[in-house]
Design a protein around this ligand. Structure first.
Ligand code: UDX
Ligand code: UDX
Length: 437
């Protein structure tokens, strides 16, 4: 059992904190945002994440998980300090490290006894050494802390599962003691197989960027293949399926769509590009993944404009799905933002619907109609655009929808609707890389 303080209670901090308390550790989650901490202490979870509430409740009630806005006191009480604050995109694509370094300042001012300091935020390669130097400049006894890079690979929407059953755990540290401390924390996940990689700090930092950028590249690649399929009359689902049967390729992350979004892929690609540039290296593959993704988002808007014969003026369009992917209310960098803006730019009218992300999108775009029911959203519209792969869209009653729409246009950017049904019911439709029926 370890006494752990997590600084930053966002997706990564809150899920990691809940997970580590579930493993039996005593965890204090702290955040600069006092409202967030008050909400958590009153049992309200500030983010939508399946299964998280249950894990938090169980450990909160068993006095293993605590929430505090007193960062200094929390640091003093703990032997392991986890940094999980945001590293949003800064100037020229570089990650903005100001939050991380202000937390490092708070840590170095409160080293009352030995601490293992562990970074979970995604930070540029070399940040670990900078943090060690910053603390060493402040403390007399350099043995009072050890440093660890422990990047997080959780996905929004399945974060609790990804944390409790990770494919791998990466621990970057020069200290054998610190490595042991982290192994003790993660022991519950490896009763029979050990997914832990022990490596250097720099290598651990690189593993995070290399993994995220490769996944993004894979998505951009399948999107471009899908686009070519459309010109050549090939079917992307069969292509992706056969590609994925090759173990060297794997069938994961081969779903074509409107372009990836979220708080990680877009910003991590830009950060890796500027890191390589600062080292006089060009990464054509990473650049391509980013450019292709921007093109893909644009291509979806062009598909809609084509379906409406280049005239969206006063056409009413139901946009179904606003989150950057299913099972999250997060709309950061969502392809739906581009779609909404283009419809509005072309003087179209939007009826928006998402099972849970309406409020988050309203914070960005508030001059459109938001609906809380799909069938209400599609009433009297000229067309429908599917932007997020929510399960409830997969079993849409297309017959009922056809009967309450004014028009018959459908753009399915996630390839989740049945083409047989769409053509039988007389819809004029488009999707991504499929052979139309
Ligand atoms: C964060 C990083 O953004 C991402 O790069 C990394 O991959 C994982 O961790 P996320 O958890 O989604 O992702 O961040 P966010 O939801 O922005 O939460 C960060 C939290 O840190 C916020 O609650 C913020 O209030 C808090 N914070 C920020 C502090 O407590 N102290 C600070 O000084 C700054
Ligand atoms: C990602 C990484 O997967 C995770 O390991 C890391 O810790 C944080 O960043 P996340 O951003 O939550 O996680 O979402 P992810 O499931 O990776 O999806 C990212 C985007 O790619 C979404 O917009 C999704 O719709 C899109 N996507 C994903 C595709 O278009 N096709 C696919 O096959 C997979």
């Amino acid at each position: 059992m370890k006494n752990i303080t997590i600084i930053g209670t966002g997706y990564v901090g809150l899920v990691a904190g809940a997970g580590m308390s579930e493993f039996g550790n005593k965890v204090i989650c702290t955040d600069i945002d006092k409202n967030k901490i008050d909400e958590l202490n009153s049992g309200k979870i500030p983010i939508y994440e399946p299964g998280l509430e249950e894990v938090i409740k169980r450990n909160f009630e068993n006095n293993r998980l605590f929430f505090s806005s007193d960062i200094e006191e929390s640091i003093k009480k703990s032997e392991v300090i986890v940094i999980a604050v945001g590293t949003p995109q800064g100037e020229n694509g570089m990650a903005d490290m100001s939050f991380v370094y202000s937390v490092v300042e708070a840590i170095s001012n409160n080293l009352n006894n030995h601490k293992t300091i562990c970074t979970k935020s995604t930070v540029p390669i070399g940040t670990g050494q900078t943090i060690i130097n910053k603390i060493n400049d402040k403390v007399k006894d350099r043995k009072i802390f050890d440093y660890v890079s422990n990047p997080e690979f959780l996905r929004e929407g399945s974060a609790v599962k990804d944390f409790l059953w990770p494919d791998r755990v990466v621990i970057g540290t020069e200290s054998q003691e610190a490595y042991q401390v982290m192994c003790d924390i993660y022991r519950p996940i490896y009763i029979n197989k050990n997914p832990i990689t022990h490596t250097s700090v720099e290598t651990a930092e690189m593993i995070k960027y290399a993994s995220n950028s490769f996944l993004a590249l894979k998505i951009s690649y399948i999107n471009e293949i899908a686009n070519l399929c459309e010109s050549l009359g090939a079917d992307i689902h069969d292509v992706a399926n056969a590609m994925g049967q090759d173990g060297r390729i794997s069938d994961k992350f081969l779903h074509p769509g409107p372009g990836f979004g979220g708080s990680c892929f877009p910003k991590d690609l830009e950060a890796l590009l500027s890191i390589s540039k600062n080292n006089d290296l060009t990464m054509e593959t990473v650049k391509a993944a980013s450019v292709a993704n921007k093109n893909q988002k644009k291509r979806m808007t062009e598909k809609l404009i084509n379906l409406f014969d280049n005239n969206l003026k006063n056409r009413k369009i139901a946009v179904l799905g606003l989150a950057f992917k299913a099972n999250t209310d997060d709309v950061r960098e969502s392809a739906a933002i581009d779609m909404l803006n283009v419809i509005l730019d072309h003087k179209g009218i939007v009826n928006a619907y998402d099972p849970i992300a309406n409020d988050e999108m309203y914070k960005i775009i508030n001059d459109i109609e938001y609906h809380n029911d799909i069938y209400e959203a599609v009433e009297d519209v000229d067309g429908i655009v599917i932007m997020t792969e929510w399960n409830e869209f997969r079993s849409l009653d297309l017959k009922r929808i056809k009967s309450i729409m004014r028009g018959n246009i459908v753009l399915d950017t996630r390839n989740i609707l049945s083409m047989d049904q769409l053509s039988e019911l007389g819809f004029v439709y488009d999707n991504v890389g499929r052979i139309k029926k």
